[in-house]
Design a protein around this ligand. Structure first.
Ligand SMILES: [Zn+2]
Length: 86
């Protein structure tokens, strides 16, 4: 089962269509169930499009990776708080 933090790590590859079939399917299934990740993917896709539009070269993969890590950390913090409440 794909977790939010796993999705954050591979999100930029998903947007670029670089995931293998099974992994791509796992992301799609997760997005069907998880509104937070749908929002995250939407934001990341918008950011990616913006960067592609503003630079003639390659998108900054290092920056994308850092964004993914930030979101993963935020999701982890939120997830552990949520489980404390249960
Ligand atoms: Zn999620």
């Amino acid at each position: 089962m794909l977790m939010c933090r796993d999705l954050a790590v591979i999100a930029s590859d998903y947007i670029d269509g670089e995931l293998a079939g099974l992994q791509n399917l796992s992301v799609k299934l997760h997005l069907m169930m998880c509104g937070d990740c749908r929002t995250f993917i939407g934001n990341l896709r918008a950011t990616t499009d913006l960067m592609k539009a503003h630079s003639s070269g390659q998108p900054d993969e290092e920056l994308l990776r850092r964004i993914g890590e930030r979101v993963a950390e935020a999701l982890n913090a939120r997830t552990s708080r949520a489980s404390d409440n249960e």
